[in-house]
Design a protein around this ligand. Structure first.
Ligand SMILES: [Zn+2]
Length: 325
């Protein structure tokens, strides 16, 4: 790859071709991931003796193959056929247990297909989620089936065929009320969908955060847990270098926003001749976001998705900085 290669890796990553057989050395990443996602039914990588990382159409999860069945960590919407093919390519064991990692429909939307596949084999799919996720589903009158087994919020664990799975819920969460990280203890894999997109600057609204305010706290909470592989569902296979990059990017973004706010005070946007005061704030944030993006462009502009993601991310951080002083 030459100097003008796009995208530039945030962590100066070493890339390899994906392998369903060879265990990935921690820290390495899958090369050419976006193109693979757009041209292949799935991208499959073995992480440990019994666990695999899989992605289809830029949506990913982790699965663990036991002696009798398979545990899968999301029932991602719209990609059941590809994900189940990927699982079947490495084992003839059925998917017996699924997790709702948090209550966002895009991560659990194909649950009916997993339930139906289990029924056709004459068994019931076990669905595991935190009590907070079940509450959140109830509040929204969710049409999805409720978990068959609930874990205590925010900390609990369960056993799956010799594997210990720990729930690490974020009591003050940025992404959703029930956002959590799931640790496959013996495999040393941390799966936290939408916490971070490894190998990329932050995705739109920090991977779809409902609020920015607790994002850094949530990243800090998982940093010290014992894992070698980080799965954020989207983006590449991650390591602590990706979290370090995220913190550095946020620090630069906050500084750029502070500078823009200093140069463009809110009063600049107050227009007494306007018909309503509604426009003052949206104009203010639009200018702050555009200025902050311009400040970061020389350092980050060649990284994946920078131009599309940074203005909305800057607006989100600017709002948090404005309100939580
Ligand atoms: Zn989500």
């Amino acid at each position: 790859m030459g100097e003008s290669a796009f995208p530039q890796s945030p962590t100066n990553a070493t890339y390899v071709d994906p392998s369903a057989e060879t265990i990935l050395e921690p820290g390495l990443k899958i090369g050419d991931l976006f193109r693979r996602n757009m041209t292949q039914p799935y991208v499959l990588q073995r992480l440990t003796q019994r666990a695999w990382w899989v992605q289809s159409s830029n949506y990913g999860t982790v699965f663990f193959v036991g002696e009798r069945g398979v545990l899968i960590f999301d029932t991602l919407e719209g990609v059941y056929d590809n994900i189940s093919k990927a699982v079947a390519s490495v084992t003839d064991k059925p998917i017996s247990t699924a997790i709702y990692p948090h209550y966002h429909a895009d991560h659990i939307g194909d649950i009916a297909k997993y339930v139906d596949a289990a029924k056709r084999r004459g068994s019931n799919l076990e669905i595991i989620a935190s009590s907070k996720t079940r509450q959140s589903m109830d509040l929204a009158n969710s049409s999805f089936p409720r978990p068959t087994k609930e874990l205590k919020w925010p900390r609990d664990s369960f056993q799956f065929e010799g594997l210990t799975v720990e729930l690490h819920g974020f009591e003050w969460a940025a992404h959703s009320d029930d956002h959590a990280a799931w640790l496959l203890k013996q495999e040393r894999i941390l799966h936290s969908p939408d916490l971070i997109n490894p190998d990329q600057p932050p995705f739109w609204r920090f991977a779809g955060n409902e609020r920015f305010r607790f994002h850094e706290d949530n990243l800090k909470q998982v940093y010290g847990l014992e894992w070698d592989y980080l799965s954020g569902s989207h983006g590449n296979i991650g390591s602590r270098a990706d979290i370090d990059f995220q913190f550095a990017f946020i620090a630069d973004l906050k500084a750029a926003i502070g500078k823009a706010m200093g140069e463009h005070p809110f009063t600049e946007f107050v227009d007494p001749s306007a018909k309503a005061h509604t426009g003052f704030l949206s104009k203010f944030f639009a200018v702050i976001a555009a200025e902050a993006t311009k400040t970061l462009r020389p350092k980050y502009g060649r990284m994946y998705g920078f131009e599309e993601a940074t203005p909305p991310n800057a607006e989100m951080v600017a709002w948090a900085l404005f309100e939580y002083r």
